[in-house]
Design a protein around this ligand. Structure first.
Ligand SMILES: *[C@@H]1O[C@H](CO)[C@@H](O)[C@H](O)[C@H]1NC(C)=O
Ligand SMILES: *[C@@H]1O[C@H](CO)[C@@H](O)[C@H](O)[C@H]1NC(C)=O
Ligand SMILES: *[C@@H]1O[C@H](CO)[C@@H](O)[C@H](O)[C@H]1NC(C)=O
Length: 109
């Protein structure tokens, strides 16, 4: 049996490797695909955050998504307090300009 910590470490490593691989050949479309993959793994979204993650708005305006001013690429995801359930897609690693991700739920601490 693998310990949960071991699995987390392996997942993190896989993400870091993919961040490298995604590198400079990625673009805003890569981010778009990645965000939709992340959305698809969320099984519980009581506040309907992910309803705004649709193509009627540019992805930089999706709830909790911040883009850099210079590159127009996703630089942070802040879904704090949204009580989300699900798993993190490995596509997270394709957000090559991502610098911060906040998924905590202050109410449950
Ligand atoms: C898409 O997002 C916008 C902005 O949040 C929302 O008003 C609209 O209802 C959403 N469309 C769908 C199909 O969920
Ligand atoms: C994330 O968003 C919440 C509320 O929308 C805000 O209070 C908090 O400061 C943000 N955290 C970061 C790291 O931007
Ligand atoms: C993004 O990540 C997935 C899975 O980690 C990978 O299969 C895919 O080729 C990557 N690249 C793009 C451009 O989506």
């Amino acid at each position: 049996m693998c310990s949960p910590f071991f699995l987390k470490a392996v997942l993190l490593l896989a993400i870091l490797i993919q961040m490298n691989a995604a590198g400079s050949s990625s673009n805003l479309l890569t981010d778009h695909v990645a965000l939709l993959k992340i959305k698809s793994r969320i099984t519980g979204d009581p506040h309907g955050v992910f309803k705004s993650w649709n193509d009627s708005l540019p992805l930089c305006m999706w709830r909790g998504v911040t883009c850099g001013r210079r590159h127009q690429r996703v630089t942070s995801l802040n879904l704090t307090g949204e009580a989300l359930e699900g798993t993190l897609s490995p596509f997270l690693g394709n957000l090559s300009f991502l610098r911060s991700i906040v998924l905590d739920d202050p109410l449950s601490q």
